[in-house]
Structures are given as structure tokens and as C-alpha cells.
Design a protein around this ligand. Structure first.
Ligand code: NAP
Length: 256
């Protein structure tokens, strides 16, 4: 029997087969979870649907996380189809490309707002709606963050500020939902070549530095992240909430 036999999970943030969310979905499915997926827009529908169907998922729903009605629609459907929910994977972030180069102080008001809305507020909005379906079943929410929340990473700019806010939101949410038996944690993943990452100017240089300087002397893979997500989604981590867990080849521990 798998670690997640017959658990019900929803995955936000599959864009294609390189997405971190897709590697997580494969790991959860392998351990017996039944999964629902969302896609952000029509273009992605044609990419996400076949992936979801390839693992027998019957629930594939539109959800632009900036639209409250679409988030409501997702959780209404989950309630109707499953009645409850054990796992939420939030693997979503967005900033306009022009905000991910040059100086942080040049971030526009609108660019800041959009990045915060999609990358941070979405976790709050999703958690609030998921909670009634998740309480009292040892459920778990997992989100994705990055080291640019703590240290200045060239060109990461507004997304670094978003990730700081996201990590703080994880702690506040953990305190809110813990008494109702639901956990929430973040994985701070090292750089991985995905669609979102390729929008960051000079991303290749970040990969090179991690390969040269991290204790493990390699970049991580989506599967490395997925294994930790599996731990956080399962009862193996039953006493863990409000944490940021690093899957970064140890890069963040290094000083000079
Ligand atoms: P990805 O495959 O491009 O996934 C990002 C997802 O966010 C996409 O599915 C994207 O959909 C979705 N998204 C953006 N705006 C949205 C909206 N308004 N509504 C709903 N979904 C929206 O890239 P990824 O690297 O796997 O990113 C997943 C998470 O990991 C992000 O939080 C990212 O910051 C984090 N992370 C990534 C790395 C890395 O190096 N790759 C490292 C640490 C943390 P669209 O394609 O339609 O925009």
C-alpha cells in the first residue's frame, strides 16, 4: 500500500512536464493519491489535460488565481466530487518579465501588485477555501519558495520580496489552521530549469554557481523537490508545520 493510498490532492501550477508541480504530482500518484489539476488559461488547458489524463485524473479545472470566482469554482467542484481534501500543492508564481532584470528599486507599482497577488495572496485565498474540506483528516498544504527571499539574488528582484512574504504567510497560516488539524509548509527549492525560471535574466549563471559552490556540487532536480513534497504531504511529517525546508544541494548553508 502506498504512503498516500486513496488520499485526495489538488495540484496548482502544472504548466508542462518540466514544472516542479508535475514532478510532485507523479510522486504523489505513485504513492496512491488521487489528484485534481488546475490550469491558468486556455493555452495551458491543452497542455495540462493530457498530462492529467495520463495519470487517470478526472478533475481538471480552470483557475486563474487572480479571479476569486475561479478559486471558488475549484473548491465547489472538489466538495461536490470528493467531499473532502487531504493535500494542496501550491506551485504558482508570476512577475512580469521586465521586473526580473535591472534594479529592484525600478519595480513598478502595478508589477509589484501583480507579482504579490499571483505569488503570495493566492496561497491565502486557496488556504481559506480549502480549510473546511481539509480539517480533521491530517491534511497538508505545500508551497514553493526560493532563497532569493533571504539574500539578494541578481535579477530576482520583486520575486524575492514576494517569496519573503510567502514564507511569512506560511507561518501565519500555519498558526491559523493548525488548531483545525491542517499543516502548511514551504519547500525552498534550488534553481531548476522550468518555464518560470527561464523568465529570470541570467538564470544560467545561478545554476552554474550552485553546481560549483553547493556542498553536493550539483543542481537539484524536480524529483528531489517531489520527494520532499511527498514527505510533507504524508503523515511522515505529521508534527511539522510552518516550516521552510531547503532542497537546494545545501547551497544556503555556505558562507565565504
Ligand atoms: P512553471 O512550470 O512555470 O510553473 C509556474 C506555474 O504558475 C505555471 O503553471 C503558471 O501558469 C502558474 N501561474 C502563473 N500565474 C498564474 C495565475 N494567475 N493563476 C494560476 N496559475 C498561475 O515553473 P516552476 O519553476 O515549476 O514554478 C513553480 C513554483 O516553484 C513557483 O512558485 C516558483 O517560484 C517556485 N520555485 C521555482 C524554482 C526554479 O528554479 N524553477 C526554484 C524555487 C522555487 P502559466 O504558465 O499560465 O503562467
Amino acid at each position: 500500500m502506498g504512503l498516500l493510498q486513496d488520499k485526495k490532492g489538488i495540484i496548482f501550477g502544472v504548466a508542462n512536464e518540466r514544472s516542479i508541480a508535475w514532478a510532485i504530482a507523479k510522486a504523489l500518484r505513485r504513492e496512491g493519491a488521487h489528484l485534481a489539476f488546475t490550469y491558468a488559461n486556455k493555452t495551458l488547458e491543452s497542455r495540462v489535460k493530457p498530462l492529467a489524463e495520463s495519470m487517470g485524473s478526472e478533475i481538471v479545472l480552470p483557475c486563474d488565481v487572480t479571479v476569486d470566482g475561479e478559486i471558488d469554482g475549484v473548491f465547489d467542484t472538489i466538495k461536490e466530487r470528493w467531499g473532502g481534501l487531504d493535500i494542496v500543492i501550491h506551485s504558482i508564481a508570476f512577475a512580469e518579465k521586465n521586473e526580473l532584470k535591472g534594479m529592484f528599486m525600478d519595480t513598478s507599482r502595478e508589477g509589484f501588485r501583480i507579482a504579490m497577488d499571483v505569488s503570495v495572496y493566492s496561497l491565502v485565498a486557496i488556504t481559506r477555501r480549502a480549510l473546511p474540506l481539509m480539517e480533521g483528516r491530517g491534511s497538508s498544504i505545500v508551497t514553493l519558495t526560493y532563497y532569493g527571499s533571504e539574500k539578494v539574488v541578481k535579477n530576482y528582484n520583486v520575486m524575492g520580496v514576494c517569496k519573503s512574504a510567502l514564507e511569512s504567510a506560511v507561518r501565519y497560516l500555519a498558526s491559523d489552521i493548525g488548531p483545525r488539524g491542517v499543516r502548511i509548509n514551504a519547500i525552498s527549492a534550488g534553481p531548476v530549469k522550468t518555464l518560470a525560471a527561464m523568465g529570470i535574466s541570467g538564470f544560467r549563471d545561478i545554476l552554474d554557481v550552485v553546481e560549483k559552490k553547493s556542498p553536493l556540487r550539483r543542481n537539484i532536480t524536480q524529483e528531489d523537490v517531489a520527494s520532499t513534497a511527498l514527505y510533507l504531504a504524508s503523515s511522515l511529517s505529521s508534527g511539522v508545520t510552518g516550516e521552510v525546508i531547503y532542497v537546494d544541494s545545501g547551497y544556503h548553508i555556505m558562507g565565504v
